[in-house]
Write a protein that binds this ligand. Structure first.
Ligand code: ZN
Length: 252
C-alpha cells in the first residue's frame, strides 16, 4: 500500500477481494458471513454497502471490526472511482497471465523471455483473427451483457423528465435517476463499466433511443483490433543467425 501511494501518486489502488476474503475467512467462517462479504464488495452504492456491513455487524461484531484497517476504497465497488471504467474486484487478469507463464518461469532468463515472446506472438494473432470475425461493432461479451440488461430493463418503469434525464422505478418501488448525457445512473454501474445498466436501458427503450450509441468506445471491435494490430514478428532459429564473431554467453 505504501509503495503504490509513493510511486504511483494519485493512482487508485484496489486489493483483490478474493485474497482479502481468504484472509477474512481464516478467523471468520460461515456461509452467511461469506455472502455478506461479497454483497458488500459488489455493492455499487454506499447505502447498499452500509446495509450489508450493518447486517454483518449484527451477526458478528468481531468480523465487522476486522474491516477497520481495510480502506473501503480498496475493496468495495461502492467507493471505487469512476474514471477508469473498470469494476473489477479480483486480480484474475494477473493470475491468468501468471499461470500462462508457469513453464517459462522455470527457464533461464533468455529462454524464459523467448518462450513468453513466442506465446504472445501466437496469442496476438489468435485474438486479432477472432475479433475480425465479430459481426457486431462491439465484442460478443458486451453484446451479451446488453441483451441481459435489456431483458432486466423490461421489468422497470421509465419516466422521461426532459434534458435526456429519466426517473426509473422498479415494481418494489425503488427509484434511480438516469442522465443519458452524462452516461450516468444512480446505481453507478454505468459509470463503472461504460456499459449502460438496465435502468438506463429502460429509459432508452421507452424513447426508442439506440443503446449501442451509449456504450464507451473501449468495447468497440475497432478499438479491440487497434490493441491487437501490432504484429510480433517471427524469428528463425539461432542456427540461421549471422556469425558476429563474439563469444557466447556464459552461465551466470
Ligand atoms: Zn442503473
Amino acid at each position: 500500500m505504501d509503495s503504490i501511494s509513493q510511486y504511483c501518486e494519485g493512482a487508485e489502488h484496489r486489493c483483490c477481494a478474493r485474497h482479502l476474503y481468504s484472509n477474512f475467512t481464516l478467523a471468520h467462517k460461515g456461509l452467511v458471513l461469506k455472502n455478506l462479504f461479497w454483497t458488500a464488495a459488489r455493492a455499487t452504492t454506499v447505502p447498499e454497502w452500509k446495509s450489508a456491513m450493518n447486517e454483518l455487524k449484527d451477526i458478528s461484531e468481531e468480523a465487522y471490526n476486522w474491516f477497520f484497517e481495510k480502506p473501503p476504497s480498496q475493496w468495495t465497488r461502492s467507493r471505487f472511482e469512476e474514471h477508469s471504467r473498470c469494476d473489477i474486484l479480483l486480480n484474475n487478469l494477473c493470475e491468468a497471465f501468471n499461470s500462462s507463464i508457469v513453464v517459462a518461469r522455470d527457464r533461464p532468463i533468455i529462454s524464459m523471455l523467448e518462450k513468453i515472446w513466442h506465446q504472445q506472438m501466437i496469442r496476438k494473432n489468435v485474438k486479432r483473427e477472432a475479433a475480425q470475425r465479430w459481426d457486431h461493432a462491439f465484442g460478443p461479451r458486451i453484446v451479451k451483457i446488453i441483451e441481459n440488461a435489456t431483458s432486466e430493463a423490461r421489468y422497470l418503469k421509465a419516466l422521461y423528465v426532459g434534458n435526456h434525464k429519466f426517473e426509473i422505478s422498479s415494481r418494489d418501488d425503488l427509484r434511480w435517476s438516469v442522465d443519458l448525457t452524462k452516461h450516468a445512473c444512480a446505481c453507478r454501474k454505468w459509470q463503472f463499466t461504460g456499459i449502460p445498466c438496465p435502468h438506463a436501458i429502460s429509459g432508452m427503450l421507452s424513447r426508442d433511443i439506440g443503446i449501442y450509441e451509449y456504450i464507451d468506445p473501449w468495447y468497440m471491435k475497432e478499438t479491440y483490433l487497434k490493441c491487437y494490430s501490432p504484429v510480433i514478428h517471427s524469428m528463425s532459429g539461432p542456427e540461421l543467425w549471422p556469425e558476429l564473431g563474439k563469444h557466447s554467453l556464459n552461465q551466470p
